[in-house]
Design a protein around this ligand. Structure first.
Ligand SMILES: [Zn+2]
Length: 293
């Protein structure tokens, strides 16, 4: 591991909210309310999460702590073991994901690649909710946990109405989010979640990847999926996304969104893969006559 954890913020963001940055891997967020503290996600390892808690000691005081797991992707919850004993809240669908053999398979694969994952144990949530939302009443601040599926079935974003702050985690991503599967329902869920977040009209839209709180990203994500739908509708013949891309460079990610010149090659490759998944899902939706946006 060649990065440390740092506490950071964005211009104009209320001081009760602290962004915790683990290099370029992921950001998580700490929220201090009158009645309790909330940690939204626990980073990718217990060591990173322990480090975050050390850094937060000055701001956390002696209020009780709740943890929210936004979704069961490794980079967001594998630090859970560092805060064992604290209530961990997630959506019901998170339990389904953890019961799937792929949860342990991912851990085995990552452990084989990087020693820092040796100490990871999958610690499931202790409190789950079903349906659309759950509310944490902190006194001065309210945290509305919003089920925002599409990137994953269990995804939860957090809305703090008093501050017009949305912790969008991976439901919104700079430059693009990735859909869960090729199923048109997942693509439609992803776009509905984007619209739900757009309609909140947040002042700060904090994402877990891309290091920004720019509320305009959600509109750009929606424009990306609209263009994807329109381009697919105009294709004379359909096939798998990677084959279509090879034949038609105009379907490439760079023709849909502007990638910063400074973006590392590895990140560029990652988002090209996300684009292929999204394109594949858009093709299936078109074939099945499903309008997803
Ligand atoms: Zn993520």
């Amino acid at each position: 591991m060649d990065f440390d954890v740092e506490l950071t913020t964005y211009p104009g963001l209320d001081e009760r909210i602290v962004v915790i940055r683990a290099g370029d891997e992921v950001d998580c967020v700490f929220v201090r309310t009158e009645r309790f503290n909330v940690l939204v996600d626990t980073l990718a390892t217990p060591a990173l999460c322990r480090r975050a808690m050390e850094l937060l000691a000055d701001v956390s005081g002696d209020r009780p702590l709740f943890v929210v797991n936004s979704h069961m992707d490794w980079d967001h919850f594998w630090g859970n073991r560092a805060i064992d004993g604290v209530p961990i809240i997630a959506h019901d669908k998170a339990m389904e994901r953890l019961r799937d053999p792929s949860a342990l398979q991912t851990l085995r694969e990552k452990r084989a690649l990087e020693p820092r994952f040796q100490e990871v144990e999958i610690l499931p949530p202790t409190l789950t909710f079903s349906g659309e939302s759950m509310v944490l009443h902190g006194g001065d601040l309210t945290l509305e946990l919003l089920h925002t599926p599409g990137h994953t079935p269990d995804h939860v974003a957090v809305w703090i109405p008093e501050l017009r702050v949305c912790l969008a985690v991976d439901a919104v991503e700079n430059p693009i989010p990735e859909v869960w599967s090729r199923a048109p329902d997942d693509l439609r869920s992803l776009c509905s979640s984007l619209k739900k977040i757009r309609d909140l009209n947040p002042k700060h839209l904090i994402v877990a990847h891309g290091q920004t709180d720019d509320p305009a990203i959600v509109g750009r994500n929606l424009a990306y999926f609209q263009k994807l739908r329109d381009e697919v509708a105009q294709l004379p013949a359909l096939g798998p996304a990677d084959q279509l891309l090879a034949e038609r460079p105009s379907l490439g990610l760079e023709n849909f969104v502007v990638l910063p010149a400074s973006m590392p090659d590895e990140t560029r490759t990652f988002y090209r893969r996300c684009h292929i998944s999204n394109l594949d899902a858009a093709i299936v939706a078109h074939q099945e006559g499903v309008d997803f946006i």
